[in-house]
Design a protein around this ligand. Sequence first.
Ligand SMILES: [Zn+2]
Length: 215
Amino acid sequence: MTATSDTRRAIIRIAQEMDRLGFAPSKSGNVSARTPQGFLVTPSALPYARTKPADIVHLDLDGKIIAGKRPPSSEWRFHAAIYRARPEVNAVMHNHSPRATALSCARRGIPAFHYMIAISGGHNIRCASYATFGTQDLADRAVCALRDRTATLLANHGVIALGTTLDAAFAVAKEVENLAGQYLDILAAGLEPVILDKTEMKRVLAQFATYGREG
Ligand SMILES: [Zn+2]
């Protein structure tokens, strides 16, 4: 088995788990992993439960198909743009997880109301300004909102999460959904969240860097 075929299987495992969690309504979302030549990405319009390793599409960073019979995800442009802009990133997950997507429709990011916001690599998770799905404009806005971060919301759309591995990107995506749900609950209760200040968030980020996450 080659490294590429292992990566194809890992992409399918993550996409199916994402689907089981309800993060991919109407077969939304897509998952990719970097390769030496470009990246492997889930195909367009194929249910994750039926996706086989050969269905995963291999693209270079210009979007040219290296291998694969199926069309790539319609969002291949932001995957390519992220791999170009972020050499440390090896995996990209995009989903429409319900609570984070609801927040994105208000075009609101998530502030440091909970210290776990540090999973994003900073003191907040931004919401990228709106652009039509599948466009280069959306890719450019996503890269901008992801500056110094491993996650962003996309206005009226969903979430992008990044990682050095597929599992790391998925862990970020799950925490973004958790944080979005908690933030919406606070707002729905009519409460005003207390936002951790930048000094405290610097301490939290240093703890994350030194010890990893609590628990
Ligand atoms: Zn989407």
